[in-house]
Design a protein around this ligand. Structure first.
Ligand code: MC0
Length: 140
């Protein structure tokens, strides 16, 4: 079902400062930036490698406000890994299969994700404490 790690999402207070750190320290390059109002984030994708069915990235996330998923996470836990996202061939099918196995889905239907992807989240309490995202890359 999982084809690759699509991205690791990292919550931060200051997106520009964190981008500069990752570029300078790890020689990564920002390949996309987006404000996603529905998810309450301003984000940047830093490319690492190309893999099975799509790339893999570090995703830096700055909240658009305190009452957003990333805003609440920062207030409670501080900066750090917010979620891990796995590439799947078909997000709707993966949601059905995983939901049938008893894991709570946080989305009823796939939502718009970064770089034209379709995404859905799984409840962290059902996945060993890890907020898990399913990502279907756009078809080219
Ligand atoms: C909360 N919890 C987490 C967590 N956030 N555990 C691991 N990783 C996280 N990121 C834990 C809390 O500590 C708490 O445990 C329990 O889950 C319930 O959390 P809560 O604080 O009571 O509830 P909320 O209201 O903060 O909701 C948490 C929840 C929410 C995960 C349901 O954040 C959510 O629906 N997230 C999915 C959407 C999202 O995260 N969007 C932003 C990324 P205790 O033990 O204290 O009870 S958008 C994105 O990434 C897009 C742009 C993309 O990739 O393309």
């Amino acid at each position: 079902m999982f084809m690759r790690i699509d991205h690791v999402g990292i919550a931060c207070h200051d997106l520009e400062e964190k981008i500069a750190f990752f570029e300078r320290t790890f020689e990564l390059t920002v390949v996309a930036r987006e404000v996603n109002e529905e998810q309450g984030v301003k984000e940047a994708m830093l490319h690492i490698a190309d893999g099975n069915g799509g790339g893999s990235y570090i995703q830096l996330l700055e909240p658009l406000g305190p009452d957003t998923p990333v805003g609440k996470f920062l207030a409670k836990r501080g900066e750090g890994v917010h979620h891990v996202a796995f590439g799947v061939p078909d997000v709707a099918e993966a949601m059905r299969e995983i939901g049938d196995r008893g894991v709570r889905l946080l989305d009823e239907a796939p939502r718009h994700g970064t770089m034209g992807s379709s995404i859905a989240f799984l409840h962290p309490k059902d996945v060993g404490g890890m907020l898990t995202e399913l990502v279907q890359a756009p078809k080219h």
